[in-house]
Design a protein around this ligand. Structure first.
Ligand code: PEP
Ligand code: MN
Length: 360
């Protein structure tokens, strides 16, 4: 895929003074729901209306989408509001139906991007059309797989392309539903600066009260747009209830977001600085998670000491740890003084954890 300005012509055609906004429910539920939300979003910064018709569910038995009937509701929403319509496609049959119903924007979901066969099938079904196609990142943090999806479409002569960063699945418990791993999206942005990059804070956070914060982070990293799940009755949504916001809240979020003006120099500075800060924040979060894990193990040691009636403070062991850490720290460019300070603090916390366990 050559690095061409043409990749973003579709985005420039919106002639927006602010980042592109795609909003709408996770899933189309009823005709009334689709129309009500679309009408509430009509006179706002939203340019594209999203609603899932076919829903990929982790386990069977969940709401799997209303199916083809929903495409008619989207057509009606478009006729009534003028918003462009977007939905997810996962196979050639979906593409055919979406094309028949004049859907303007198709996105490929995270569970589909992982599968090159499925992406190729979609690319073949779309060849020769001029739809806007947005590729969500695969569920696993694999940049080549994500780019591979984009390239399959590009090779099928689909040139109105963009990517959606929706975070990555992880076994670890974190504050996110899907951890952002911002550096991956930044790497993609560096390789293809003209490929529109859209952030999906809804699927990254999984929680409506974190949407604003992650949207701002994305804008600080010069993302081109946001896709935010929006529902008139989020708590009763048929899918992803916890992460959807009302149209009113969505508008408040827009108002609060700072869109930075870009002179070339400032652009470069802001982007580099924001990207470095994001890396620092991620490392700090990991540090805290690791410390939390360490204390849990201390608690287990406390249990064991309690059982065997052994004293909490074991000086010999502690001196061994300290000596080892000073050496390892030195190799990593950390001063002895720093290592002593930080490990004394960790040791202190560890002892008070064990004391709590033993005296309980
Ligand atoms: C969605 O956008 O509702 C969706 C299913 O997203 P993802 O593919 O990112 O999980
Ligand atoms: Mn969803």
């Amino acid at each position: 895929m050559e690095n061409t300005k043409a990749l973003r012509t579709w985005l420039d055609d919106f002639k927006l003074e602010h980042p592109l906004v795609i909003a709408g429910p996770c899933s189309a539920e009823t005709e009334e729901q689709v129309l009500a939300i679309a009408h509430e979003l009509k006179d706002s910064d939203v340019s594209i209306y999203r609603a899932g018709i076919w829903k990929p569910r982790t386990r069977p038995g969940g709401f799997e989408g209303v199916g083809t009937i929903g495409l008619k509701w989207l057509q009606k929403a478009k006729a009534e509001t003028g918003l462009l319509m977007a939905t997810e496609v996962a196979n050639a049959a979906h593409v055919k139906l979406a094309l028949e119903h004049d859907i303007d924007v198709l996105w490929i979901g995270a569970r589909t991007t992982v599968n090159p066969f499925a992406v190729q099938e979609i690319a073949d079904a779309l060849a020769g059309t001029d739809k806007i196609v947005l590729v969500k990142n695969p569920v696993n943090p694999d940049l080549a797989l994500w780019l591979g999806g984009v390239e399959r479409l590009y090779n099928a002569n689909i040139k109105k392309l963009g990517v959606i960063h929706r975070g990555f699945s992880t076994y670890e418990k974190t504050k996110y539903r899907n951890i952002p791993e911002w550096q991956l999206a930044i790497e993609l942005q560096n390789k293809f600066p003209d490929l529109p990059l859209i952030c999906d804070p809804s699927h990254i956070t999984g929680k409506r009260d974190m949407i604003q914060e992650v949207s701002q982070q994305a804008l600080d990293l010069n993302y081109d747009g946001l896709i935010i799940e929006t529902h008139t009755d989020p708590d009763n949504a048929w899918s992803d209830a916890a992460q959807q916001v009302t149209p009113t809240v969505l508008k408040q979020i827009f108002k609060s977001l700072r869109v930075r003006k870009e002179t070339d120099q400032a652009h470069d500075y802001n982007q580099k600085m924001a990207s470095l800060r994001v890396n620092i924040d991620e490392i700090d979060t990991k540090l805290l998670e690791t410390l939390g894990k360490r204390m849990k193990i201390s608690d287990q040691i406390g249990e064991l000491k309690k059982e065997k009636n052994v004293a909490v403070l074991q000086n010999k062991r502690w001196n061994e740890i300290l000596g080892k850490m000073i050496l390892e720290g030195e190799q990593k460019g950390l001063s002895e003084e720093f290592i002593l300070r930080i490990f004394k603090a960790i040791h202190q916390e560890s002892i008070s954890h064990q004391e709590k366990v033993i005296n309980n």
